[in-house]
Design a protein. Structure first.
Length: 361
């Protein structure tokens, strides 16, 4: 079955999601920091239109002193800027069989942005976390219906995770205010965690004495095999390496054509569970592997560059693969492991390349 036939059963509903929520074209892996319009997007409901003059962030719940902050208040605080690689937990879902019906990502739900904002911890300390608080709930302004439940998009983090130094409230990407689609005027950024953690269009931060039982925490974003499973929370990003597909694409299928010549195959790798220690590459569909050359990373929380010199042995069909391993020993499987909502499928990327030329048989 060709790749096109395999995906032929995609539904109009999935297509509607896919046209709203675009991925990062893989050739953009070339950039240390993804140009803003090329960063992937995932928006569950509608993009809220927010008037920044009347907008306020409330920090309340189990705190000694509730805070209400304007955008100017937040901008006046200590500012931090860090390149952070973000990946949707549903990345890879479109390759699962049977395919869970949701945003049908293949490989491209990733990007690295230079988030600018203020660290969360000093704000929580100023509000004064009361004894007994166990979680911090982050609530967005966007509303919708999901799984039959009307809700606003909100998710919680354990207090100790929310207090990590790298956790920030971002009001800009580089020097530009957040674009509407990325959470204007303010979003949470939790480096190393899957995308759903980074609540956009933030309006309220609430300290809770009990774990949050809302839809996005307890039903969605859990690994389960059946609807009856309690499931395990989806948290940090599993390791993944992606390559810029070499050669040139066939328009309709994205399959590649390349000359019989030496190619520099490059890409990026990341993990929320450790630093990237190794990226291996294969040109025979994963039968044999070689080490790539690892490059720099712009920050602890951004992806690491890698590259490999590939000289095809002759004309013919090749299948290029890449596989990352992190410092905690996590690596990528060749085959997907299925779960009900299609989360964290980090099976290795496969790129079909037809090599022509060189005059050899
Ligand atoms: N308020 C709100 N925050 C949200 C979402 C959302 O739909 N609403 N989507 C989440 C998901 S699932 C992902 S993967 C990231 C995507 O962030 P981006 O669109 O800026 O790349 O935002 C997260 N934050
Ligand atoms: Mo996501």
């Amino acid at each position: 079955m060709s790749k096109l036939e395999a995906s032929a059963s995609i539904t109009p509903e999935e297509l509607a999601l896919a046209t709203r929520n675009h991925g990062m074209p893989l050739e953009a892996l070339t950039y240390d920091v993804t140009p803003v319009g090329l960063h992937y997007l995932l928006i569950h409901y509608d993009i809220p239109v927010v008037d920044p003059t009347s907008w306020r962030l409330t920090i309340g719940g189990s705190v000694r002193r509730e805070l209400e902050l304007s955008l100017d208040d937040l901008r006046a605080r200590r500012s931090v800027r860090q390149p952070v690689t973000m990946e949707c937990a549903g990345n890879g879902r479109g390759r699962l069989s049977p395919r869970p019906v949701s945003q049908p990502w293949l490989n491209e739900a990733v990007g690295t942005a230079e988030w600018t904002g203020t660290p969360l911890r000093p704000l929580l300390e100023e509000a004064g976390i009361r004894q007994g608080a166990v979680e911090v709930l982050f609530s967005g302004l966007d509303r919708g219906v999901e799984g039959g439940v009307e809700q606003q998009y909100e998710r919680s983090l354990p207090v100790d995770e929310a207090l990590q130094d790298e956790v920030m409230l971002a009001y800009a990407i580089g020097d530009e205010p957040l674009p509407p689609q990325h959470g204007f005027p303010l979003r949470l950024v939790v480096p190393g965690w899957y995308g759903m953690t980074n609540v956009k269009w933030l309006e309220r931060v609430t300290l809770l004495d009990q774990p949050f039982e809302g839809y996005q925490n307890t039903w969605s974003y859990n690994f389960r095999q059946t609807p009856e499973d309690a499931g395990e929370r989806v948290t940090r990003m599993e390791p993944r390496a992606l390559m810029v597909p070499p050669g040139i694409p066939i328009f309709a299928t994205r399959e590649r054509h390349a000359e019989l010549a030496r190619h520099r195959v490059s890409g990026r790798a990341w993990s929320g569970r450790g630093t990237i220690e190794r990226v291996e590459v294969s040109d025979d569909g994963g039968a044999t592997w070689q080490d790539s050359q690892l490059g720099e990373q712009a920050s602890r929380w951004s992806w690491r560059a890698w590259d490999w010199e590939w000289t095809p042995s002759g004309p013919g069909d090749y299948e290029l693969c890449c596989r990352a391993t992190d410092s905690a020993g996590n690596t990528q499987p060749l085959e997907a492991s299925w779960n009900l909502h299609g989360f964290a499928n980090n099976q290795v990327q496969r790129v079909a390349v037809t090599v022509t030329g060189g005059g050899e048989a």
